[in-house]
Design a protein around this ligand. Sequence first.
Ligand code: FES
Length: 96
Amino acid sequence: MSGLFQRLAQRPGPAVPFTIDGVAAEAKAGDLLIGAILLHRRALRRFEFGPGERAGWCLMGACQDCWVTLADGRRVRACTTLVEPGMAVVTGGVGG
Ligand code: FES
């Protein structure tokens, strides 16, 4: 599965396991959730006002395009949230 983002440089630090729609994925400590997801997928979620998928836009907390749902019911802005071990992202199957 290829993602929308590509890591340009390896970063030190421990791996952070998390899941996307139940599929195991891995990020690095200190990665933002948007990067962690888009290294594996081409989108974050479905667009709620029409067809299509969304992958964030501003990457700085302003546009509100990157909200994602977690399995525990939380909704978080992926560009301002650090990935955490065991985080379970639910996209509804987008961006695969
Ligand atoms: S990408 Fe714009 S608020 Fe997250």
